[in-house]
Design a protein around this ligand. Structure first.
Ligand code: PPS
Length: 692
């Protein structure tokens, strides 16, 4: 059999296809069994196997064991799997041609059926199985073992999301990470090289060093962050993308205020790799397993329940009454069933975490009429690309068996740009979707903005209210909701469901119940520890939250005993304090830190660590160096002056005075109790402790 690179005639292609399919199905069968299944002689099979192995399509390994007939085991390489896929398409196309010819011969007319390209689309209606990139279970077991010899790429969280949807058909028709030609087409005009519509670059970004270590044609193992192999990729393309161009064309502006542009420039690797992927196994999810479905699982579910029309609702936010009303209406209008399809992969930084959201969705699900609605979680990494993202979401939902898709105002909007303006117009997403709707293959249901009409005690679409001037229209924005949650204020029943509000309150308790960090900084002997101790006692007297003191000396004894006072060691010491404080804050406690922390940049880094979870209050204990030296409680300044202690802050080492702390306290002629009280007042004014 000729190598697949050389031109093969249809017969040879058929033979190769049958061989690859058989090996994929029964990788451990004896040669006799395989030959029988293929209806060829043993000698012929051997020749075919040799050809396929030489072409790098099949790996043949020896098996130990008593049965001589099962001496060999076979596994498709990623190239073999890709070839099999290509040949399947060709095989089907040829069979259709043969059918057309037969039809013409028998009836004297053409079959009247559309060309193959469209015919397969017909076959793949929303309920037929969709192609996946996974090999059979047996082949995957073999590939796993063989992949031990491959160079590995450890996928980033975003790449894991992308790979999952590539492998399970969610990104159909993609067969792997984009090649350079496909990438250019997608960036420039939303089209793959073969002309099909695809709006989002799905690229494997890697470091320059890793890219340089590879050769084109090489297979690499794609592993998750624990090193578990998920798939392999044959690297066919490697290039340095023009990221600014990508940002302009795909996201509308080269502006790092856009989360995906920021990712592109500051997190993504410099080089892109492209090539077909062979799926070995799905990424493992331990949470909400019963709620996660592949496109084929959802299609099978719809088939089983007889759901012919399904409208999908994409969301990255908790659902409130307005959303429930809107989705219910959309389903009614389309006479379809409803799929709540929230994204749980990666959403916009700062969103409510998906654990909380899913608990909220579960609560809302009970509010729909029974058996009309279901929910499934989508492990998508969103890009917040507005119009292009809407088209992408539509294609993904089509792949998941849906016939309709709700597109709202400002769909997948990234917020404001660096000039404070919206990146996209509110209806750009709907416009672009409408333009490509036929090609996407899913019908858009455009979002009606629902508001509450007090007099009629019901939700209505704003553009359908005829008596706007005579009724009271109520609405609560996302910002207002966050404010009410953080201040523990009432959230009315007309706005949300009590179960949803109670879930949100658990995750976003009012500020007076959230964790926070008070970070004292100042010279040695400035009074940091004394004030910190007094503050701790006052907070413990109030009760409510656990308080932990991370004093400079305590930390140096328990966390950083091996560290000295070089810049590097001081930074490490402060970052450790920051890490512990951020964990305490995350878990609702109060951390009081009192190191010197002389470097502004390190203090800023700690602030960033903590502020993900709660407030950070920097308190500069502004005792002058002269006063500290005069007090010299520990006798260290004297030793520092004598040169017996090196790198002593304020004497022989720098201290960056905080430019903009939340609070600055003077300790000269002010007693400790008063200093601690100033901090308490500051905390009260920030809403972190309830007034006494
Ligand atoms: S740092 O810079 O934030 O890591 O320092 P910190 O962990 O707060 O430790 C400061 C305490 O260590 C003692 N000490 C020194 N301080 C500054 N410079 C040098 N070279 C030094 N050597 C020892 C000093 O007692 C500091 O205690 P505090 O509590 O600040 O008085």
């Amino acid at each position: 059999m000729p190598l697949p690179e050389t031109k093969m005639n249809p017969d040879e292609e058929d033979q190769l296809f049958r061989l690859l399919r058989q090996l994929d199905l029964t990788p451990e069968a004896s040669q006799r069994t395989i030959a029988t299944a293929l209806n060829i002689s043993l000698g012929r099979l051997n020749a075919q196997l040799r050809g396929a192995a030489e072409a790098g399509l099949v790996k043949i390994s020896e098996r130990s064991g008593p049965d001589r007939r099962q001496r060999f085991a076979y596994a498709l390489t990623s190239r073999g799997a890709a070839t099999k896929m290509r040949l399947t398409d060709q095989f089907l196309a040829r069979k259709f041609d043969e059918y057309d010819a037969l039809h013409a011969e028998l009836t004297g007319t053409t079959s009247g059926l559309s060309p193959f390209k469209y015919r397969t689309k017909l076959m793949q209606n929303n309920l037929a199985p969709i192609p996946e990139l996974y090999v059979s279970y047996d082949s995957s077991q073999k590939l796993k073992v063989e992949a031990a010899d491959l160079v590995s790429h450890d996928l980033t969280p975003r790449q894991i999301c992308d790979l999952e949807l590539l492998m399970n058909g969610g990104f159909n028709p993609l067969k792997g990470f984009l090649s350079e030609e496909d990438y250019n087409g997608v960036v420039e005009n939303m089209r793959l090289a073969d002309g099909s519509l695809w709006p989002m670059p799905i690229t494997l970004d890697v470091s320059e060093e890793f890219a340089e270590s590879l050769e084109l044609g090489q297979d690499i193992a794609l592993r998750d962050q624990e090193g578990v192999i998920l798939g392999t990729m044959t690297v066919t393309d490697r290039w340095v993308p023009n990221k600014s161009r990508e940002a302009e064309k795909v996201f509308g502006a080269d502006d790092v205020a856009h989360p995906a542009v920021n990712y592109l420039h500051n997190q993504a690797g410099k080089v892109y790799l492209g090539g077909p992927v062979t799926g070995i196994q799905q990424p493992v999810h331990y949470d909400f397993r019963a709620r996660r479905d592949t496109p084929n699982e959802l299609r099978a579910y719809f088939r089983k329940l007889g759901w012919r029309k399904v409208v999908a609702f994409q969301t990255r936010n908790p659902l409130h009454r307005a959303h429930q009303e809107l989705t219910f209406r959309a389903a009614k209008e389309a006479q379809a069933n409803l799929l709540i399809h929230p994204v749980v992969g990666m959403t916009k930084p700062g969103d409510v975490d998906h654990f909380t959201r899913v608990r909220c969705y579960e609560a809302v699900l009970d509010k729909y009429p029974q058996s009309t609605t279901t929910m499934s979680l989508l492990n998508l990494a969103m890009r917040m690309a507005g119009p292009r993202e809407a088209v992408w979401h539509g294609l993904i939902r089509k792949n998941h068996g849906c016939t309709h898709f709700i597109v709202g105002r400002d769909h997948a909007g990234p917020g404001k740009n660096s000039a404070g303006e919206d990146f996209y117009g509110p209806y750009d997403a709907q416009d672009l979707f409408r333009e490509h709707q036929d090609e996407i293959g899913i019908e858009m249901v455009d979002f009606k903005h629902m508001v509450y009409v007090q007099e009629r005690a019901q939700y209505e679409a704003i553009d359908e209210i005829a008596d706007k001037d005579d009724v009271t229209i109520l609405n609560i924005s996302g910002t207002e909701l966050r404010r009410r949650l953080s201040e523990g204020l009432e959230i009315p029943d007309w706005f949300s469901f009590p179960e949803v509000v109670s879930e949100l309150r658990k995750t976003r308790p009012p500020r007076s119940q959230q964790g926070f960090t008070v970070f004292f900084t100042g010279f040695s002997g400035s009074g940091k520890s004394t004030i910190a101790n007094a503050l701790m006692v006052k907070l413990m007297e109030m009760g409510g939250r656990p308080v932990t003191l991370l004093d400079g000396d305590i930390v140096r004894k328990n966390l950083s005993s091996e560290l000295g006072f070089s810049k590097e060691h001081r930074d490490l010491n402060i970052r450790r304090i920051g890490y512990v404080a951020s964990e305490i804050t995350k878990n609702g406690g109060i951390a009081i830190c009192a190191p010197i922390a002389p470097y502004a940049a390190t203090r800023r880094a700690v602030r960033e660590d903590v502020e993900q979870f709660g407030a950070f209050i920097e308190v500069h204990v502004a005792t002058s160096i002269e006063e500290c030296e005069r007090r010299d409680r520990k006798g260290l300044y004297k030793l520092a002056r004598e040169g017996k202690i090196k790198e002593f802050t304020g004497i022989s080492d720098p201290y960056d005075v905080p430019a903009d702390p939340e609070l600055r306290v003077e300790t000269e002629n002010v007693d400790v109790d008063n200093c601690a009280h100033q901090v308490i007042l500051k905390l009260e004014s920030m809403g972190l402790i309830a007034g006494q």
